[in-house]
Design a protein around this ligand. Structure first.
Ligand code: NAD
Length: 443
């Protein structure tokens, strides 16, 4: 099939590459000239494990092309995907200007039947808005609009895309549903479902899924905070809960709050949708306010330890990306922690396997180093913000030798209490006892 993907970011690029991988001809369109130039030169502009070999093969074999020209990109396409940004507007609702703008551009250049697929995360009712804009200039027989929310996770996006748990297709057109099923057939050969529903339900499904996951994380963060006060260990609690088949083990890890380009904006946008419909969605308000507090928790712990004045202190920071295996730093808790620590007088030496270049652009005051141990050199404490695998089994003697004091603040509970205890560290983590100079202390 001939496919156009408009918007070549984390979702658009992965989608385009994976559609090409199943034998389709894909043209990715983006307004960012520099990005398109780099992609044309064979540069994979985001870090996403497993993407590069697929990108290289499909570009080399001529199934994957890039352009800044929308008309050229969509000319032969049977399906046009919109993988455009839907950032939070000033009031927290999703800003639809990119989607509606491209819909308007499309209405002026489409000349034969196209399925226009919204892959961005958009509020209930957006398909109808896109339909109305297209219908302003186009005969309705020339297009169908489909909502096809994307559930990929950055860091495992290629696997998620090639083997999705399910594909959701929101459309009231049988013709468009058939085209979409044909496209996705190779991705669900193991029997995972393609669920066809109406457009509004498809749009709601994406917000409901993300908001539920954000709620689950937030619930565990609150349990962790209570564990600290009540003298329980959240790791034990998590295992005790997660083995219940009604609950399940995933998304129960406490930490320093959720971040990224999706959860924060999607929870907020769903809250706005509720308000617009006159519904007071109380849980979402709580989730957002608990998360605001939680993402600064590590900074609070560090400041409290040092009597609230970090003048002259250097904090080594491991992890900047909002989660491991990505270079995405949108809404990363590390950024909030950096701001709080610097405001309290600290200097920061940071290491992240992939996200340093992105953070350096936003926070030039942070010293970036090439190696996780180099970050520790003479620092007064180590703070861990992202659970990259490379941080999981450090040489504790080396860490101790490099730091000026053996002090770790672990926002991701990477270590058993035993290891820091054995090596004489003071070790703070989330929802567990504190280890003070090699002794476990229940707070
Ligand atoms: N990132 C994720 O993990 C993820 C997962 C599921 C869903 N989503 C949703 O997918 C959508 C896209 O997210 P993303 O992370 O890929 O965003 P992104 O910011 O990485 O990419 C968007 C791209 O669109 C381009 N663009 C903007 N205006 C354009 C225009 N008029 N014409 C052509 N290109 C244009 C931008 O230059 C950018 O390259 C959002 O709605 C997001 O909520 C994201």
């Amino acid at each position: 099939m001939n496919i156009a993907v408009v918007g070549t970011g984390y979702v658009g690029l992965v989608s385009g590459v994976c559609f090409a991988e199943t034998g389709n001809n894909v043209i990715c369109v983006d307004i960012d000239k520099n990005k398109v130039e780099r992609l044309r030169n064979g540069e994979v502009v985001i870090y996403e494990p497993g993407l590069e070999p697929l990108f290289e093969r499909n570009a080399r074999q001529g199934r994957l092309k890039f352009t800044t020209d929308l008309a050229e990109g969509i000319k032969d396409a049977e399906i046009i995907f919109l993988a455009l940004p839907t950032p939070p507007g000033e009031d927290g609702s999703a800003d639809l200007k990119y989607i509606l703008g491209v819909a308007s551009d499309l209405s002026k250049i489409i000349t034969d039947y196209k399925v226009i697929v919204d892959k961005s995360t958009v509020p209930v009712g957006t398909s109808e808005k896109v339909h109305a804009i297209l219908a302003d200039n186009l005969d309705e027989s020339l297009f169908d609009v489909v909502s096809n929310p994307e559930f990929l996770r950055e860091g495992v996006a290629v696997d998620d895309f090639l083997k999705p748990d399910r594909v959701v297709i929101g459309t009231s057109s049988d013709r468009a549903a058939k085209v979409m099923k044909r496209l996705y057939d190779p991705f669900v050969r193991q029997g995972n479902p393609v669920i066809v529903m109406d457009e509004r339900s498809a749009e709601m499904t994406k917000y409901a899924a993300n908001s539920y996951l954000a709620t689950r994380i937030t619930f565990m963060n609150e349990i962790a905070n209570l564990c600290e006060l009540a003298g329980a260990d959240v790791d034990c609690v998590r295992r005790g809960m997660g083995t219940d088949s009604r609950i399940g083990k995933r998304f129960l890890f406490p930490g320093i709050g959720y971040g990224g380009s999706c959860f924060p904006k999607d929870v907020s946008a769903l809250g706005k949708t509720a308000t617009q419909h006159g519904y007071d969605f109380k849980i979402l308000e709580s989730v957002m306010s608990v998360n605001e507090h939680q993402k600064r928790k590590l900074a609070r712990m560090i400041k409290e330890h040092f009597g609230n004045d970090l003048t002259g202190k250097t904090i080594a920071l491991w992890g900047l990306a909002f989660k491991p295996d990505t270079d995405d730093i949108r809404e990363a808790p590390a950024l909030y922690i950096i701001d709080e620590l610097i405001a309290a007088g600290a200097k920061i030496r940071a290491f992240d396997p992939e996200a340093m270049a992105n953070v350096a652009k936003e926070k030039p005051e942070v010293t970036m180093v090439d190696d996780q141990y180099e970050a520790l050199d003479g620092a007064d404490a180590l703070a861990i913000c992202t659970e990259w695998k490379v941080f999981r089994t450090p040489s504790f003697p080396a860490v101790k030798k490099m730091l000026s004091t053996p002090l770790i603040f672990d926002g991701r509970n990477l270590y058993d209490l035993e290891a820091p205890k054995e090596h004489g560290f003071t070790y703070y983590s989330i929802g567990r006892a504190v280890v003070k100079a090699g002794e476990v202390v229940t707070v």
